[in-house]
Design a protein around this ligand. Structure first.
Ligand code: GDG
Length: 473
């Protein structure tokens, strides 16, 4: 691998490719389609770029390889590290703390040690590939120690970090045994990007309270150094143009009509699309739906709910419990209300191709996005981009998307009565008004797409303060 030659380096837990085995037993790498990959394509064009991440296979280290001019640098993880750094520390310690402790966090010292070790490995790989003065963009909560570790190795590079999930209030963040190490790790960056202004504010407050750092506006003076770091909100988005084109294509439109037919042509199709995660408020959504049927405000003769719940983190206990509860509830709602020949809740615990997802968005009259906490929630932005005409988005106030999608039917999902009313409003609001709101939402996302996000982020990273301004105290 040529060392120190790449002037743009991305570090993320996962590489944007999956290894698939063909029918004849040979293997190939397939690009995993996702917003981040699309966003990066636009900002990487014309630069020599490398992506540092885990290839998704424990105990194996494929050699670095090139995919469409992008160098992919696999970081090895042992099976034990997948359990301790990824499932343990990242998803059973940090994830609950960063999402309002919806389930209690588990702390184990061995997990924390693995997290440090893996972060060191990522920093070393970045240091190895980055050219003199390169830009390194680190992603997400799995890699919060990388900025400072990398700065130590390579003080010449410009370092950015973006958090895809919320940053918690200091009262919750303070529970983390590694809280000071994490803040110090992040302060190794030049610019820290967050989804919501409130996330950046939570970070600045944690720096003041837990490190005794001084802040001025959105800039932190890094204690014991002459460095300054800016923390601000740059909300992520989707590849609106690409998705819209897919949704408008004849095969997808045709498939959407077919889906409605297969559902029995109900008057109203409700849709939920989530990873099966306790943050997404799936249980609250099902409860509200069940009560609306029970109260007779909705009838199973003319409404149905399609819930895509893509499998996620199945070896973590809280996710296993959630799956059991959701599946029990779906079974009991269907047992009580499904007419013969159709199911009132179509529950799909698997993943679908992009085309099928787009067709579902086109087919749905009402999209239910009801997380208890969510960094952004891209599903909300995808729905308003795909759906034409009088659709409706029911959107939790506890998503980052609520800061931008102001024309949605807003709801507090903890308030089941309020959630029921928001669903009814979404169904009953006159078509003309719903079409007007949807158009405004679609335009919002079209103007603020993922390419715009990446450009805004990188402009902020370039402009970030390096040293204290001489005029300020
Ligand atoms: C994290 C933050 C933040 C889902 N099922 C299928 C499928 N999906 C796609 C959706 C959407 C994506 O997965 C999920 O993104 P979300 O934003 O909704 O949620 P997280 O996975 O929790 O993402 C979140 C995001 O990072 C970005 O910063 O918004 O807050 O938690 O794009 O469409 N896609 C396909 N088949 C499926 O079955 N093809």
């Amino acid at each position: 691998m040529p060392s120190r030659t790449y002037d743009f380096v991305i570090a993320a837990n996962r590489l944007p490719v999956d290894r698939v085995v063909r029918d004849d037993g040979t293997e190939e790498w397939q690009t995993s389609p996702g917003g981040l990959v699309t966003a990066m394509e636009s900002v990487m064009r014309g630069r020599s770029a490398a992506w540092v991440g885990w290839a998704g296979i424990p105990d194996e280290t494929p050699e670095p390889f090139t995919d469409d001019e992008l160098l992919l640098v696999p970081v090895p993880l042992s099976l034990d590290e997948v359990t301790s750094y990824y499932e343990g520390y990242s998803n059973d310690s940090l994830w609950p703390i960063y999402h309002d402790v919806i389930v209690p966090a588990t702390f184990r010292r061995s997990w924390a040690a693995a997290y440090e070790q893996v972060n060191e490995r990522f920093a070393q790989q970045c240091a190895e590939v980055a050219a003199e003065g390169a830009t390194v963009w680190v992603h997400d909560y799995q890699l919060q120690l990388v900025p400072a570790l990398l700065r130590e190795l390579r003080p010449d590079v410009r370092i950015g970090w973006f958090n895809h999930i919320p940053f918690p209030p200091v009262e919750l963040f303070g529970q983390l045994p590694m809280r000071r190490e994490i803040l110090t790790g992040l302060l190794g960056a030049d610019f820290l990007g967050f989804q919501r202004p409130a996330d950046a504010e939570n970070f600045l407050r944690a720096c003041r309270r837990l490190l005794g750092a001084r802040t001025k506006g959105d800039v932190v003076d890094v204690p014991h150094t002459d460095r300054r770091v800016r923390a601000a909100s740059v909300p992520i988005s989707i590849d609106a143009g690409g998705l819209r084109e897919l949704a408008m294509s004849e095969p997808v439109q045709e498939r959407a009509r077919e889906i409605r037919e297969q559902l029995g042509n109900p008057r109203t199709v409700l849709l939920g699309v989530d990873r099966l995660d306790y943050t997404k408020g799936i249980r609250h959504r099902l409860k509200a739906f069940e009560e609306l049927l029970r109260d007779g405000r909705l009838s199973a003769d003319d409404v149905c709910l399609v819930q895509v719940a893509s499998p996620s983190r199945e070896r973590v206990e809280a996710y296993r419990e959630l799956r059991e509860q959701v599946e029990r509830t779906v079974g009991s709602v269907n047992g009580a209300y499904s007419p013969i020949g159709h199911t009132t809740v179509t529950y799909l615990h698997r993943s679908f191709p992009r085309e099928e997802m787009a067709a579902l968005y086109v087919a749905a009259d009402v999209m239910l996005v009801t997380p208890l906490r969510d960094g952004m929630n891209l599903v909300a932005k995808e729905y308003v981009t795909c759906h034409d005409g009088p659709g409706a988005l029911v959107l939790s106030e506890f998503t980052g998307a609520a800061g931008q999608l102001r024309q949605a039917f807003m709801t507090n999902p903890h308030d089941i009565g309020g959630l029921k009313q928001a669903i009814m409003d979404a169904i009953e609001t006159p078509e003309k008004e719903r079409a007007r709101r949807m158009k405004a939402l679609r335009n919002q996302v079209a103007k603020n797409d993922v390419q715009h996000w990446a450009e805004t982020y990188l402009a902020a990273l370039r402009a970030a303060p390096e040293k204290p301004a001489p005029t300020e105290s």
